[in-house]
Design a protein. Structure first.
Length: 199
């Protein structure tokens, strides 16, 4: 199971966006990483803009290049809106669904919950973060998972808003429909990604 294990603040600074939900813990977001700092930065080209968008979304969902490419290829093969389908494939990952339901404070934390076998799908343990949830499936946490302090704190939040494609009662969630592009709260330009891979 491959995943990025390097410095995370560096990635957020490169994209100019808090990728991992660190909030106030993340400092110097406006300064790109590297020894030279912001000096000599020019406006990005069209290719550069598309590349940055692809890298941002890839890092946001915690997937590596080959897996992301597979999602794009699958989206390109399906009929209809390619960008919408790509968003659906990424949003329907189990680790992302756990995050969207408010069971974990961030996607890396939800990935850890899944890989540590704390997440149940239709009552069965699933420890594959990339597992694709389907309409009608019920997602819940094990007793050990519910006892994790960060999970307790997240479930205690009253103002957490879940997207329209999910339903939640206490610590049990259900997939009620396919995700739509407008359900994604993060600023993502899917068109740039599709154009990047369609070159």
């Amino acid at each position: 199971m491959a995943r990025y294990t390097g410095p995370k603040d560096r990635l957020s600074r490169r994209e100019g966006f808090d990728l991992f939900g660190k909030g106030t813990k993340l400092t110097r977001l406006t300064v790109p990483p590297g020894v030279h700092g912001p000096r000599g930065l020019r406006g990005p080209s069209q290719y550069g803009r598309q590349l940055r968008e692809k890298q941002k979304v890839k890092r946001l969902y915690g997937v590596l290049e080959r897996q992301f490419r597979n999602y794009v290829d699958e989206a390109l093969k399906t009929r209809g809106n390619t960008g919408e389908r790509l968003i659906q494939l990424l949003e329907l990952r189990l680790d992302n669904t756990v995050f969207r339901l408010g069971f974990a404070p961030s996607r890396p934390a939800s990935r850890q919950l899944v890989s540590h076998r704390h997440v149940l799908v239709n009552g069965k343990r699933v420890n594959i973060p990339s597992y694709r949830v389907k309409k009608g499936e019920i997602i819940s946490l094990s007793a050990k998972g519910l006892a994790v302090p960060s999970v307790k704190a997240k479930l205690a939040e009253k103002d957490f808003k879940i997207p329209s494609w999910l339903e939640k009662k206490a610590a049990v969630g259900k997939v009620v429909s396919q995700p739509k592009a407008e359900d994604v709260l993060e600023p993502i330009s899917v068109q740039d990604i599709v154009e990047f891979y369609s070159r």
